[in-house]
Write a protein that binds this ligand. Structure first.
Ligand code: C2O
Ligand code: CU
Length: 509
């Protein structure tokens, strides 16, 4: 209720207590920017691509000289990227060798419900099927000719099928297990999936080495090099009797881009296409590109979460909430060779103010262009198309005797249908927030209609699947529930808020 909100607003953790790393941190702009490897399909026959991904523990040298254990897809953080074509189905067989059950969700995918990664549709780890504990270590047949449970244990797998009948864009796949998504993503379960098509390819946008995926995350490192993830709010650890989860969301003091701390990338003096994803659990950024001489470079936005805009929108400052993607062109041609362009986070302070840097290494020719018309297929739903208006409050509240994050006063319950709608219905949703909540709808893209009664902001352009509600704000969105019937979700994409029940069911009949 209100008094809970008022009390929480006074707590420092609500504005975000940042974890402090307990290992030495490198100076910025020393580590080269890694580009995640592209995953090779195991087969490409029959007009579809098949992939296999093993989820397993691995370790990596994220900070120079420090070994960090991770949970990974295929041993890597970020996971390998899946390159896909519009309308060409992709099937991914996930095998779970982690110590915990997992769920895979392709964020932004137009995916049938069975493959959408509902939070209780688990991929069990191998070994979880053992019915009885066994002793000794005989053969698979068992020492006494009895049935040894290990003989029937299979590494359990799950096939996820993605039709990818959707606008080309940058998607990402990540864990989505009920109540445990945030620590799983934090430990490394996140990767990119890019969808392309011929129309986009023919636009002449910067491509090849001049197209860079940038997955931004923040993390903190414990003294042993592991990723520090608190189960309880550290600002309350010292107060006897007070045991609250980390309500605000977990913030780290190290900014990683593609898994490297404050990296640097050598660029030509030319246009680059930056495909930016904020994969942080809870951190919001306001990005700007600042050159040595203090000049702010234009960030020319060409795409949003769900693909190309109708026309480019130029920003100097780009806010990006957890799970949002921005497709941005930056032109380094005006920067002298040898110059450094820093990507700065205006919301950060100290170390978290820097994100990465680009070192202009050489003059170069540039055949790329930014067409004035980028796409003509954006849905243009009008208010009068909507058959219904719904309102949802995203607010803190009481749950199980403590605090949780609630939608419409209710914590997530897989057994409750929160929204029931019909295939192809157009709806307007009014979303209101107490503090910052990035709200994500599965399956559909939507357009932002208004913010607190005013027109949307410049960065609300295009088709989105995640919208940042700012404190106290009311945001109207409009969408059509098309594609597939079934049970989907909407939720806050502050991953800690999501785990603390800020999620609801969306049933399409
Ligand atoms: Cu990025 Cu429901 O998730
Ligand atoms: Cu939230």
């Amino acid at each position: 209720g209100l008094s809970a909100s008022a009390a929480l607003a006074r707590r420092p953790s609500v504005t975000g207590a940042e974890l402090r790393s307990a290992v030495p941190l490198p100076p910025p702009f020393q580590v080269p920017l890694p580009i995640p490897a592209v995953l090779k399909p195991v087969s490409t026959s029959g007009g579809a691509d098949r992939y296999e991904i093993t989820q397993r523990e691995a370790s990596a040298e994220i900070l120079p000289g420090v070994r960090t254990p991770l949970w990974t897809y295929e041993g890597a953080f970020p996971a390998p990227t899946i390159e896909a074509r519009r309308g060409r189905p992709v099937t991914v067989t996930h095998r779970n060798e982690l110590p915990v059950p997992t769920v895979v969700h392709l964020h932004g995918g137009r995916t049938p419900a069975a493959s959408d990664g509902y939070p209780t549709d688990l991929v069990l780890p191998g070994g979880w099927q053992e019915a009885t504990p066994h002793t000794g270590h005989g053969s698979a047949q068992g020492a006494h000719g009895m049935h040894d449970p290990r003989a029937v244990v299979t590494r359990l797998t799950r096939d996820y099928t993605f039709p990818l009948d959707q606008r080309p864009t940058l998607l990402w796949y990540h864990d989505h297990r009920m109540d445990f998504t945030a620590p799983a993503i934090w430990r490394g379960l996140a990767g990119l999936q890019i969808v392309r098509d011929d129309a986009e390819d023919s636009l002449g946008l910067p491509a090849g080495p001049r197209e860079l995926p940038l997955m931004i995350t923040d993390r903190a490192f414990a003294a042993d090099g592991s990723l520090d993830y608190p189960s309880l709010d550290p600002t309350l650890r010292e107060r006897p009797g007070v045991r609250e989860p980390y309500l605000a969301g977990v913030l780290g003091d190290v900014i990683l881009v593609n898994g490297a701390p404050w990296p640097v990338h050598e660029v030509d003096a030319a246009r680059y296409r930056l495909r930016i994803l904020n994969a942080s659990n809870a951190r919001h950024y306001e990005l700007e590109a600042v050159s040595d001489d203090g000049r702010r470079l234009d960030l020319v936005q060409i795409g949003a979460d769900q693909g190309l805009l109708a026309a480019p929108v130029t920003h100097r400052l780009l806010p990006i909430a957890p799970a949002e993607r921005y497709d941005v062109i930056v032109d380094f041609s005006g920067v002298p060779v040898g110059g450094l362009v820093r990507m700065v986070n205006r919301l950060g302070s100290g170390r978290t103010r820097e994100v990465m840097a680009f070192r202009v290494a050489r003059k170069a020719t540039d055949g790329s262009r930014i067409p004035r018309t980028l796409s003509t297929d954006l849905p243009a739903w009008r208010r009068s198309d909507a058959v219904r208006v719904r309102e949802f409050a995203f607010r803190v509240g009481q749950m199980h005797g403590g605090h949780g994050w609630l939608i419409g006063g209710l914590p997530f319950d897989p057994a409750r249908a929160d929204v029931t709608t019909h295939l192809d219905d157009v709806e307007i949703w009014r979303l209101v927030a107490d503090v910052h909540h990035p709200v994500h709808l599965h399956l559909v893209g939507f357009r932002v209609l208004s913010r607190s009664g005013r027109p949307p902001l410049p960065h609300d352009a295009g088709l989105k699947d995640t919208v940042s509600l700012r404190p106290g704000e009311g945001v109207e969105i409009i969408t059509r529930f098309d594609g597939y019937r079934g049970r989907y979700l909407f939720h806050c994409h502050n991953a800690e808020h999501e785990d603390m029940a800020m999620m609801a069911n969306l049933e399409i009949l």
